[in-house]
Design a protein around this ligand. Structure first.
Ligand code: PLP
Length: 386
């Protein structure tokens, strides 16, 4: 199988499987219990918290484990808006993940004013628009670090500098950047930042929210005193152990992995452009996660391409996994100005740690054939267009 959907989820690293299964066999204690059986589990959780925190340039007291990246996004936004009841405005961008966009829509239903900052044709947010949108009523700005569909990296440092001038807090969704490029809360200057374990070769169902020390935020789940009373509920202990181990592995190898993965992605990009000349690359030429490649294949339906590739055991995506099920046209691709019929022809290839040159060779052999075959039964003729 050739797995090129690493932005949707990553395979577990073998070290993560090992750490989780060993933990599950040896520890069943409740981390809130005061006897040694429980206290040991609490210690292990805190070691994992330290792993995650140090990878982000944070202190371990600034990390809250959550049930997903989605939950971390919800927590950041709703927790801040609740903490500043006198401020009724929230700013985000048009290309956020549904975890942020749907939360913004929920706020709108509750009477908040939400501003959606537009992006240019490369997917970069309009900073002037953002600056104009900030008012004394703005409690929070949430702009993703990089986009999951096209990989464009946003100028978060500049967002922070605009926000700080006006005393507004900044959250960034770093689910797609953690493990792929440097993510450091001090360098970025953000107040809140979301990450998720299953995008970095860890387990699904566990994420984390960084909350800068001293930030005023309301608890997200009410109940026991777990996670400093901010997120009640007995911890997903094995999930957290897997997350901690995934981060440990990441620290050792991400830079080397990045070089190799980026090189493979570049070979795939060049190969597609050469062999399928009417394809169109989406996203920023430079400021993007290099392992994410989004291509339009005008005249075709992305689903048809995806299914044809699946028959060859090649896994790709038509965009974000979430919008795929809903069969919506990607809001990201529409926001960068693609016509709906072009947006419907787009395929995302996202590479990861376990991809090889052989994977790329297979795709470059199968994809052009599939595109030629599908075009031969479509009414679209690329040459006629040019
Ligand atoms: N934010 C971004 C940018 C994502 O790509 C994803 C997952 O695809 C999420 C949030 C949601 O993370 P999770 O799957 O852990 O809920």
């Amino acid at each position: 199988m050739v797995y090129l959907d690493n932005n949707a989820t990553t395979p577990l690293d073998p070290a993560v499987v090992q750490a989780m299964s060993q933990f599950l066999q040896e520890h069943f204690g409740n981390p809130s219990s005061l006897y040694p059986l429980g206290r040991r589990v609490k210690e292990i959780i805190n070691e994992c918290r330290h792993e995650v925190a140090s990878a982000l340039g944070a202190h371990r007291s600034e990390i809250i484990f959550t049930g997903s990246g989605t939950e971390a996004d919800n927590f950041a936004i709703l927790g801040i808006m609740d903490a500043f009841p006198e401020k009724k405005e929230f700013i985000t961008s048009v290309i956020e993940h549904p975890a942020v966009l749907r939360t913004a829509q929920y706020l709108e239903k509750k009477g908040y004013k939400v501003t959606y900052v537009p992006v240019d044709s490369l997917g970069v947010i309009d900073l002037d628009y953002l600056e104009d949108a900030i008012t004394p009523q703005t409690a929070l700005i949430s702009i993703m670090h990089a986009n999951n569909e096209i990989g464009t990296i946003q100028p978060i440092e500049q967002v922070v500098s605009l926000a700080k001038k006006k005393g507004v807090l900044v959250h960034t969704d770093a689910v797609q950047t953690f493990g792929k490029i440097e993510v450091n809360v001090e360098k970025l200057g953000v107040d809140l930042l979301s990450v998720s374990a299953h995008k970095i070769y860890g387990p699904k169902g566990v994420g984390a929210l960084y909350i800068r020390k001293g930030t005023n935020i309301c608890p997200f789940i009410h109940g026991g005193h777990q996670e400093r009373g901010m997120r009640a509920g007995t911890e997903n202990t094995a999930g957290i152990v897997g997350f901690g181990e995934a981060v440990k592995v990441l620290k050792q190898r991400w830079k080397k992995d990045k070089e190799r993965i980026d090189q493979l992605a570049e070979t795939l990009k060049k190969g597609i452009e050469e062999k399928i000349p009417h394809s169109k690359f989406n996203g920023h030429p430079e400021k993007r996660i290099k392992s994410t490649l989004n291509f339009a294949f005008p005249g075709l339906e992305a689903e048809a391409i995806l299914l044809a590739l699946a028959t060859k055991d090649i896994c790709v995506s038509t965009g974000s996994a979430c919008s795929e099920e809903a069969e919506e046209v990607s809001h990201v691709l529409l926001s960068i100005g693609l016509k709906p019929e072009i947006a419907r022809s787009c395929i995302r290839f996202s590479l990861g740690r376990f991809n090889t040159q052989e994977d790329i060779n297979i795709v470059l052999r199968e994809l052009p054939e599939i595109i030629t075959k599908l075009l031969s039964i479509s009414s679209f003729h690329p040459e006629g267009e040019n």
